[in-house]
Design a protein around this ligand. Structure first.
Ligand code: GLP
Length: 263
């Protein structure tokens, strides 16, 4: 695992966006795994800006989102499909027909989830999966005790997640208690993982994720089992890491990160 600590949340978002942009430039038919949440908004703003002003080309990309609320489709402004259109897809040149978000309104959620997995597989899998982290340590909506082998499925959200996400709704009571999410196993199948976390309220869960024991009580610890996982933090989210100075040192020395020093 690589842990990269940037001085501010904005620089953390910019670094993650640059890693994505460079990957898309190197392989234009890139399969992006995308995430939602407040953390991703500025990251997507960078990608949209580089598309508009520097011609960053997404025309051959496909995208797969982590999750969606049960009962919501794109017409609901609290849906993750709406979020993605608003923050990214409407601002870049990706073909919307190649943007996939789990189906939260299917009559048969299980069949729709299996179809989502099949689509991902037939497209060649996800090249890089972008991840945020919830206060419970969830990635996607894989709440504590999600199996590390889990696949895309409908899940019930925890009280902690309700408290974290419901303030984003006009009426907090409108937040669904269920969601469809890629499983931890689905996420681990991506060729590369990129987790971004910023802000002091993430510091404890970040320390457990990076330095704690691997446990299904904290889905994000599964990143320790992936051969190419990168965790990008700001100083606040990194504050509780024991190895903080070592990680900063390694980032500066590592030739793989030479092009990313002056963000
Ligand atoms: C939601 C998403 C997660 C995301 C989390 C973090 O719960 N399902 O995938 O990681 O939000 O949100 P934020 O960036 O707003 O802290």
């Amino acid at each position: 695992m690589d842990v990269i600590i940037m001085p501010t949340a904005d620089k953390a978002a910019k670094l993650a966006a640059k890693i994505i942009a460079d990957a898309v430039k190197a392989k234009p038919a890139y399969n992006l795994g995308l995430a939602t949440g407040r953390t991703m908004e500025r990251l997507y703003a960078y990608l949209a800006d580089w598309h508009k002003n520097e011609g960053l080309d997404f025309s051959l990309c496909k995208s797969f989102n982590l999750d969606e609320y049960v009962g919501f489709d794109g017409s609901n402004k609290d849906s993750y499909r709406y979020y993605m259109n608003f923050h990214l897809f409407d601002k870049i040149n990706i073909d919307k027909r190649n943007t996939y978000v789990p189906n939260g309104v299917a009559d048969d959620l299980e069949a729709a989830a299996a179809e989502y997995e099949a689509t991902m597989e037939s497209c060649g899998g996800v090249d890089m999966q972008l991840l945020g982290i919830g206060r419970t340590g969830h990635i996607g909506f894989n709440e504590p005790l999600s199996s590390f082998s889990s696949r895309t499925r409908a899940v019930t959200l925890t009280k902690t997640t309700y408290e974290q996400n419901s303030p984003l709704f006009d009426k907090p009571e409108d937040m669904p208690m269920r969601a469809v999410t890629m499983g931890v196993g689905t996420i681990l199948d991506a060729k590369k993982l990129l987790l971004v976390a910023t802000g002091a309220e993430k510091a404890s869960i970040v320390a457990k994720t990076v330095e704690g024991p691997v446990t299904s009580m904290i889905s994000a610890t599964a990143l320790q089992m992936h051969e190419d996982a990168v965790v990008i933090l700001d100083e606040e989210a990194a504050a509780k890491l024991e190895g903080i100075e070592e990680y900063k040192w390694s980032f500066k020395q590592d030739p793989r990160w030479a092009a990313y020093q002056d963000i």
